[in-house]
Design a protein around this ligand. Structure first.
Ligand SMILES: CC(C)[C@H](C(=O)O)[C@@H](O)C(=O)O
Ligand code: SF4
Length: 428
C-alpha cells in the first residue's frame, strides 16, 4: 500500500519506513511556534516540574500576536512572560511587536518552515503551514510543553481526505469561497482528525497565498491539518525566501495511497459563499438575503495577506464604506502592511473611510481593536463565527472572502462581489 504525503512526513520524523493511519508514533518536531496566549501555560508546567529547558532554541519561533500591543495589564504580563523566556533561553527566531504580526503568516513568510518538515504550536490554525507541503498542527498546552522540552510529540497517524478541485472559478470567486463551500458540504466535523490534502488543476494554478487560505481552515472542518504537495509554485515561493530545493524534502502521495474520503469540487460552480452564524459550515450564496451589517473586518491568518488586500482595494477604490458601517482592515504582518502602503492600498482604504490597524489577532477573536457589541452584525474575512467569538454573544458574525467583505461594506448589507466585476476589470 502506498502512502500519502502526511504519512511519509510522519514516517520520516518517527524513525519508521512506513506508517499507517491509527498508528501511534513519537514524532520529532522541526519547529515549535510560540505565541503569548498558550506558551506561558506550557512554560509554567515545565517550571513546576523542574523541566525548565528548551530542546533547541534555534528551532523555536516566537511571535506575540493575539493580545499585542497589550490592551490591559494581564495581556502585558503574558507578553512579558514570552519575551523574558525568549531572552533567557536564547530563542533564536523572535518576531517582537513591530517586527512580526500574526504568527502563522509571519512564519510562512520567513523561509524557516520548509516543505517536508513538521511544526506544532499551541494554536489551532497551525495547519496553515501545510500549504508548504509540510505537516503542521495545533496541540494543547501539555503537548506544547513536551515539544518545547523534548522536540517531540505523540501523534496518532491521521487518515487523509483528498479534495480534488478542478476547473477555474468565476471572476469574483476566491479560495475562501472554495474552502467555505467544502466545509459547507462535509460539515464542521466532516474531516475529524483527518489530513485534508488539496489537489486538482485549480490548486495547481493557485498562488501560495490562496493555498494558505485553504489549509488554514482545515481545523474548521475538524481536520488535523491541511496539505498541498510541493510544485513549482512552492519552489518559487521558497526560492524567493532564499531557500533552495536541496534544503528541503518534497513528498507526493503515491498513486495507490489510501484516502479515506474523496471530495470532488467543480470550481466553476462555486459561488461567493458566506458562512452564516454561528458555524463555519453554514454557507449560503452571498447576497441571497438582505442582511444589514454594522461592521466589516478584513484580516486574520486566513485572509490578511497582500492578495486579499488587493482584492479589497479593487472594490473600495473610488468608493465609500456605507454610513453606519465600521470597517477595519488589518494587514497580517508588518511586511504585508509595508507592501500595502507601497502599493497605495492603505490610502485607498483610508479614503474609503476604513480604519487600518496594526498587524495582530485582536479583532479576529474579540480581544481588542474591534470588539463587537450587543447585536452588532459583522461580515468578516476570518475563519470562525462562533457565538461570542468577536465580542458580545448576541453579535452575529458572517464569514466571507475579502472581496465579499468589501462589497458588503460599500453596500451596507451582505452583497455579492461579482456586482463589481465590470469596474474591477475596467480598473485593471
Ligand atoms: C488563542 C488561540 C489558542 C486560539 C486558537 O488556538 O485557535 C486562537 O488563535 C483562535 O483562533 O481562536
Ligand atoms: S488571526 Fe484569528 S484565527 Fe488566526 S491565530 Fe489569530 S486569533 Fe486565531
Amino acid at each position: 500500500m502506498g502512502m500519502t504525503i502526511a504519512e511519509k512526513i510522519l514516517a520520516a520524523h518517527s524513525g519508521h519506513d512506513a506508517v499507517v493511519p491509527g498508528q501511534l508514533i513519537e514524532c520529532a518536531t522541526d519547529w515549535v511556534l510560540c505565541h503569548e496566549i498558550t506558551t506561558p501555560a506550557a512554560l509554567r508546567m515545565l517550571e513546576e516540574r523542574g523541566m525548565d529547558r528548551v530542546f533547541n532554541p534555534d528551532q523555536i519561533v516566537a511571535v506575540p500576536d493575539h493580545s499585542v500591543p497589550a490592551m490591559n495589564i494581564k495581556a502585558a504580563k503574558m507578553y512579558q512572560k514570552l519575551k523574558s523566556w525568549v531572552h533567557e533561553k536564547g530563542v533564536k527566531h523572535f518576531f517582537d511587536v513591530g517586527r512580526g504580526g500574526i504568527a502563522h503568516v509571519v512564519l510562512e513568510n520567513t523561509g524557516l518552515m520548509k516543505p517536508g518538515q513538521t511544526l506544532v504550536s499551541g494554536d489551532s490554525h497551525t495547519c496553515n503551514a501545510g500549504a508548504l507541503g509540510a505537516f503542521a498542527t495545533g496541540v494543547g498546552s501539555t503537548d506544547l510543553a513536551g515539544a518545547i522540552y523534548a522536540g517531540k510529540v505523540w501523534f496518532k497517524v491521521p487518515e487523509t481526505m483528498l479534495i480534488r478541485v478542478t476547473g477555474q472559478t468565476q471572476p469574483g470567486v476566491t479560495p475562501k469561497d472554495i474552502v467555505l463551500e467544502v466545509i459547507k458540504r462535509i460539515g464542521a466535523d466532516g474531516a475529524n482528525y483527518m489530513v485534508m490534502e488539496w489537489v486538482g488543476d485549480y490548486i495547481d494554478n493557485l498562488d501560495m497565498e490562496g493555498r494558505f487560505t485553504l489549509t488554514n481552515m482545515a481545523i474548521e472542518a475538524g481536520g488535523k491539518t491541511g496539505i498541498v504537495a510541493v510544485d513549482d509554485t512552492t519552489r518559487a515561493y521558497m526560492s524567493a525566501r532564499g531557500v533552495t530545493p536541496d534544503q528541503y524534502t518534497e513528498y507526493q502521495s503515491d498513486a495507490d495511497a489510501n484516502f479515506k474520503v474523496v471530495v470532488e469540487v467543480d470550481a466553476s460552480a462555486v459561488e461567493p459563499t458566506v458562512a452564516y452564524p454561528h458555524i463555519p459550515s453554514n454557507g449560503r450564496v452571498a447576497g441571497s438575503d438582505r442582511i444589514a451589517v454594522t461592521h466589516a473586518y478584513v484580516g486574520s491568518c486566513t485572509n490578511g495577506r497582500i492578495t486579499d488586500l488587493r482584492d479589497v482595494a479593487r472594490i473600495l477604490k473610488g468608493r465609500r464604506v456605507a454610513d453606519g458601517v465600521q470597517m477595519i482592515v488589518v494587514p497580517a504582518t508588518q511586511a504585508i502592511w509595508k507592501q500595502a502602503a507601497q502599493e497605495g492600498l492603505l490610502e485607498i482604504f483610508v479614503d474609503a473611510g476604513a480604519s487600518v490597524s496594526y498587524p495582530s489577532c485582536g479583532a479576529c477573536l474579540g480581544m481588542h481593536s474591534g470588539v463587537l457589541g450587543p447585536d452588532d452584525v459583522c461580515i468578516s474575512s476570518s475563519n470562525r463565527n462562533f457565538v461570542g467569538r468577536m465580542g458580545d454573544p448576541s453579535a452575529q458574525i458572517y464569514l466571507a472572502s475579502p472581496a465579499t467583505v468589501a462589497a458588503s461594506a460599500v453596500a451596507g448589507f451582505i452583497s455579492d462581489p461579482r456586482e463589481y466585476n465590470d469596474t474591477i476589470n475596467a480598473a485593471d
